[in-house]
Design a protein around this ligand. Structure first.
Ligand code: NAD
Length: 248
């Protein structure tokens, strides 16, 4: 098992890609605390996991990810309960497809708050814990649009470009503390997020995917497993595309 004895925090772990990351980590021996947005969805996700395997050590919390103090409190509570945090996965995110002329500053800020600021809020207290314990691994969820941009919803690619910037910069800054920082950039992946996009947008993107189909959440989670494991011990500052080669 690739993550035996590790303690992981996964934000946005109640569904979609995040839920598959949580499953993959548990199946590989990690203890996982998933962060969701509501008690109800957290409980539902935990029930599903415990039904699949009652021995899995999964726990859940629902701090407001855009509130730095709440996130710090939650991270410190994980450290208090489990004694350490080996892996932080910043996966929670929202996409947008609003045309520029219909945007409001508030809508723009919503994407930046969750997709950028919230990562910083989680990374700050966690990196301090990781430094003190002698190392760790931080993983961020980027997107193929961080390479290509997208034809509407400019806040979303802007936020994912920022995710890449944080990843590349913190990889360099935190290497001396034995903290690896990487990102996974999924392409079109079959989750609720994609289901909420206009059908013609998804069809148009899907038709350009060289592998000929959208990705499955589990295929993306496999990249998160590799990067969190010791198999990636010399990998840091990497933005790993899992997109069927559809970035362009
Ligand atoms: P999803 O909508 O199925 O899941 C998003 C997760 O984020 C959920 O667990 C949700 O509870 C959480 N979340 C959303 N808003 C939140 C908030 N305000 N506070 C706390 N948690 C919140 O989406 P997904 O497709 O699984 O996306 C996961 C990540 O993958 C996101 O960062 C997304 O940008 C990225 N991504 C997805 C795709 C795709 O095609 N699905 C492609 C590229 C990148």
């Amino acid at each position: 098992m690739l993550l035996e004895g590790k303690v992981a925090v996964v934000t946005g772990g109640t569904r979609g890609i995040g839920f598959e990351i949580v499953r993959k980590y548990l199946a590989n021996g990690a203890k996982v605390v998933l962060f969701g947005s509501r008690q109800e969805t957290v409980d539902k996700a935990l029930a599903k996991l415990h039904e699949e395997n009652p021995d899995w050590e999964a726990d859940g919390m629902f701090p407001k990810l855009t509130d730095a103090a709440e996130v710090e409190k939650a991270i410190l509570a994980v450290k208090e309960k489990y004694g350490k945090i080996d892996i932080l996965v910043n996966n929670a995110g929202i996409s947008q497809s609003t045309p520029l002329y219909n945007y409001t500053p508030e809508e723009f800020d919503k994407a930046i708050d969750l997709n950028v600021r919230a990562l910083f809020y989680a990374i700050l207290p966690t990196a301090k814990i990781m430094k003190e314990q002698g190392g760790g691994c931080i993983l961020n969820t980027s997107s193929m649009v961080s390479i290509s941009g997208q034809p509407a919803g400019v806040a979303y690619p802007a936020s994912k470009f920022a995710v890449n910037g944080m990843t590349l910069s913190l990889a360099r800054e935190l290497a001396k503390d034995h903290i690896r920082v990487n990102a996974v950039a999924p392409g079109v992946t079959r989750t609720d997020m994609v289901a909420s996009l206009p059908k013609e947008m998804v069809d148009r993107i899907s038709s350009t995917i060289p592998l000929g189909r959208p990705g499955e959440p589990e295929e993306v989670a496999n990249a998160f497993l590799y990067l969190a494991s010791d198999m990636a011990s010399y990998v840091t500052g990497e933005i790993l595309s899992v997109d069927g080669a559809c970035r362009s």
